[in-house]
Write a protein that binds this ligand. Structure first.
Ligand SMILES: Cc1ncc(COP(=O)(O)O)c(C=O)c1O
Length: 374
């Protein structure tokens, strides 16, 4: 992109927005007589639970600046949820609200002061924003699942993502423990994106990097990111948090205060209400469990193979003999839109990612169409 005065814009460091490549398939799927079933993005479609809306509107009269650190009640709620649901003993002082996880994924390398000559590692098949954040900081992105192959590079930050987007893969405690040990030997920070932590299926219980079985009870050098977008249908509110090494959290807090990265007060109130209540989260999880089961059965009966997918909101699917884009085209012909696996890295070239965040009615429509060809 052209810039004046020889300036190179941050935008020049970023890749093309890949989703534009799906547009023709979206048009094709939209032409289906019974309408499109859009399973390409993982955006919640069910209502925001009533008590969360009430908490938001009760805090509507918020004329003053909110604290970047969040209210003490919100930090208690973050630590409370981690202890109650995930056996993580977190000090409320070592938590911080963020305006969605994506915001922190995109800015963490910058907030940590990383730049030229710093290598940041993230999974080979990954949510694209890890790479974006590294590029925004001017650091060196490396997509790799093998830390030992990195050689002498200076690696101040490693990202992990379990349960993973796009594959739904869950890393066992043992695997995470090895990453933490590797990082601690080198003084590397591990940032663990755990936005699907509550969404394990068929008895699978994803474990946080902050769990004592992984980190030995010390959160030194560790940051765990959690989001209410999926657990509580709050993607529209932008409600998430980061918890971990008390020194790193204070460092992030200082920079975020200077930079004006503040969660709005009414959202803080809604987030607290969401974290203090497990009932709505269980109900929502049940809805997703049913949709997942229906879609999985429909896809398998139509000849698809599902791998991983033991947690999160996606089915990682492959059709024998088809690459990702042929599969996207075949499903678009049925009016079903999915994401090609190569959006997440070259090793996804044979898969598609099928989100089960559509309404029951749309999921039923997709299953019916799959049955007709299956
Ligand atoms: C792996 C991963 N990290 C982060 C996010 C962003 O979540 P949030 O809505 O909290 O910004 C997503 C959203 O889908 C995701 O898949």
């Amino acid at each position: 992109m052209g810039t004046m005065m020889g300036r190179s814009g941050a935008v020049d460091r970023l890749p093309e927005f890949p989703w534009d490549r799906l547009t023709p398939y979206k048009q094709k799927a939209s032409a289906h007589p019974d309408g499109i079933v859009d399973l390409s993005v993982g955006t919640p479609v069910d209502p925001v639970p009533e008590r969360l809306r009430a908490a938001l509107s009760n805090a509507a009269d918020s004329p003053g600046y909110p604290a970047t650190y969040g209210t003490p009640a919100l930090r208690e709620a973050i630590a409370g949820w981690l202890g109650r649901r995930h056996d993580v003993a977190a000090d409320p002082a070592a938590t911080l609200p963020t305006a969605g996880s994506k915001e922190l994924v995109a800015w963490l390398p910058t907030l940590l002061g990383l730049g030229e000559g710093d290598t940041v590692v993230y999974p080979e098949l990954a949510y694209p924003t890890y790479d974006i954040g590294v590029r925004l900081a001017g650091a060196v992105p490396v997509a790799s699942d093998g830390l030992t192959a990195l050689g002498p590079a200076r690696v101040p930050l490693v990202w992990t993502n379990s349960p993973a987007n796009p594959t739904g893969r869950v890393l066992p405690a043992e695997h995470l423990r090895k990453i933490v040990a590797w990082a601690r030997e080198r003084g590397t920070i591990v940032a663990s994106d755990e936005c699907y932590l509550d969404l394990g299926w068929d008895g699978v219980r994803p474990i946080s990097i902050l769990h004592p079985d992984v980190c030995g009870g010390s959160h030194e050098g560790l940051l765990a990111l959690h989001s209410l977008s999926k657990r509580s249908n709050l993607a529209g509110y932008r409600a998430a948090s980061v918890t971990g090494d008390p020194g790193l959290i204070q460092e992030l807090l200082q920079v975020r205060k200077h930079a004006g990265m503040i969660m709005p007060a009414p959202v803080q109130a809604a987030m607290r209400a969401a974290l203090d209540d497990d009932v709505h989260a269980a109900e929502q999880k049940e809805r997703y469990a049913t949709r997942r089961e229906r879609l999985r059965t429909g896809l398998e009966q139509a000849g698809w193979t599902i791998t991983h997918s033991e947690a999160g909101l996606y089915l990682w699917a492959e059709h024998p003999g088809c690459d990702a884009w042929e599969s996207v085209a075949a499903l678009a012909a049925l009016g079903i839109l999915v994401a090609p696996g190569d959006f997440y890295g070259p090793t996804g070239a044979r898969h598609v990612r099928v989100a089960f965040t559509a309404t029951d009615e749309r999921v039923a429509a997709a299953v019916k169409r799959l049955e007709e060809v299956g």
